[in-house]
Structure formats: C-alpha cells, structure tokens
Design a protein around this ligand. Structure first.
Ligand SMILES: [Zn+2]
Length: 219
C-alpha cells in the first residue's frame, strides 16, 4: 500500500512575510493588542486584512512518485477558502488533507514550539518546526525555515517536546478541523517562513488568551 505523504518539501510555499501569524483565517486581532497606537493598529489591521504583503509564489505542489496525497484545498495567496467561500484576506499558507490523514514533517529539523492556539474558530493544537538550511541541503539561503501546522488536535501533538529532533516524513499529527469545530471542513494549514535569526521569534497573547507569534523585523 502506498504511503501517504501529504506535506512535502516541494509543497513549501515560501512566505514573503507578513511578520506575524495572527489572523490568517480572517479576523485580525492586532487591534486588541495592548501598547500600540490607534494609527499603527489601523494600518497593521488593514495590511493583514487586505493581504497587501502577500503575493503568489508561482510554486506548484509536487509529490514523490508512488505516494498517495490528498489534495490541497486552498493555495497560498488564494482568496478562496477550503469551503469555497471568499476569505477576508489572502491566504498565508496552504490548506489540505482529509480528516485523520497523517501530517508528516516536510524536512528534518526540531520542534520549535507546540501550543494551544485560537485563530478565532476555537482552541486547537499548533506546531512550529525549525529547519536549518543545512537540514534542507541549501547553501545560499536564509539560515532557518519555520514550518507551521495549524488546526490540529492539541492532544495529538502535545507529546512533542520543544527541541525534539524530527526526521523528514515523521508523523507529527493528523488532519483535524479549525478549532476542532464541526462546522468547519477538515484541513491542516501549512505555512513556511524563512528567517535569518531564530531569536527574532516573539510570542504574544491574543484577545482569546492564546499565544501567537511574530517574527520581528521580517518585512
Ligand atoms: Zn489555511
């Protein structure tokens, strides 16, 4: 029986960088963050809602031969959501998979963070992996890549430990639903960042009391 291989390195949709991950599914919560002026907030909210800093990459997903891969249901920079509805902002990653499909690491690396997230659909599990350029056999490239997986079930991923080594193809979770909520179609959201400084990763808490990250100086 052919192996399933949903997430592969070739499907990496390089993120040109919003600098923040919050609000990818629609509602930006930046306006709720303390310490920002009203003007800065308004500009940031508009940028995220309009997707001004997201552009298509032209990359097309491809999969290894002999692997059965569920379809991608919403592409990077797309305005169309998995259920066919129009998004409030351009999509900052790719969505795909069917309920229960294994989600596999796209490259070797280590677990950077596992956390309970809430992007406005409800509480769910999220995983951030860190890959060095050496992991990816790259030389002339940024030093690090993050791959992020959302809409997982937290209890499926809570066994992953920060700093834990991950091999390419290792199972890190399974496809679930945004917020674990049955009104949403199953999907995993997969997003990639390229960064030069791992210390630029900064965490904040949104209005729903869950963490989200920003990559400082990414623009
Ligand atoms: Zn998505």
């Amino acid at each position: 029986m052919p192996k399933k291989w949903f997430v592969v390195a070739a499907a990496f949709a390089m993120v040109s960088g919003t600098g923040a991950r919050e609000g990818h599914t629609g509602e930006s919560q930046l306006k709720h963050d303390a310490g920002e002026t009203r003007d800065v907030q308004a500009a940031a909210v508009e940028r995220f809602l309009k997707g001004y800093d997201i552009a298509g990459t032209g990359l097309q997903p491809s999969y290894p031969k002999d692997y059965v891969c569920p379809p991608l249901t919403s592409l990077y920079a797309s305005w169309i959501d998995v259920d066919g509805t129009r998004r409030k902002e351009r999509h900052s990653g790719v969505d795909g998979g069917r309920l229960g499909d294994p989600v596999l690491a796209p490259a070797p690396g280590k677990v950077r963070r596992v956390w309970i997230a809430d992007w406005s659909e409800g509480r769910e599990g999220a995983v951030l992996l860190l890959h060095t350029r050496e992991h990816l056999n790259l030389t002339n490239s940024p030093k690090f890549y993050y791959s992020e997986f959302d809409h997982l079930k937290y209890s499926d991923v809570s066994n992953l430990k920060e700093g834990q080594r991950i091999e390419r193809g290792e199972r890190i979770g399974q496809v679930f639903r945004p917020g674990g909520n049955g009104i949403y179609l199953p999907e995993v959201h997969f997003e990639v960042y390229e960064v030069d400084d791992d210390k630029a990763l900064a965490w904040s808490v949104n209005a729903r009391g869950t963490q989200f990250f920003k990559i400082q100086n990414l623009d």
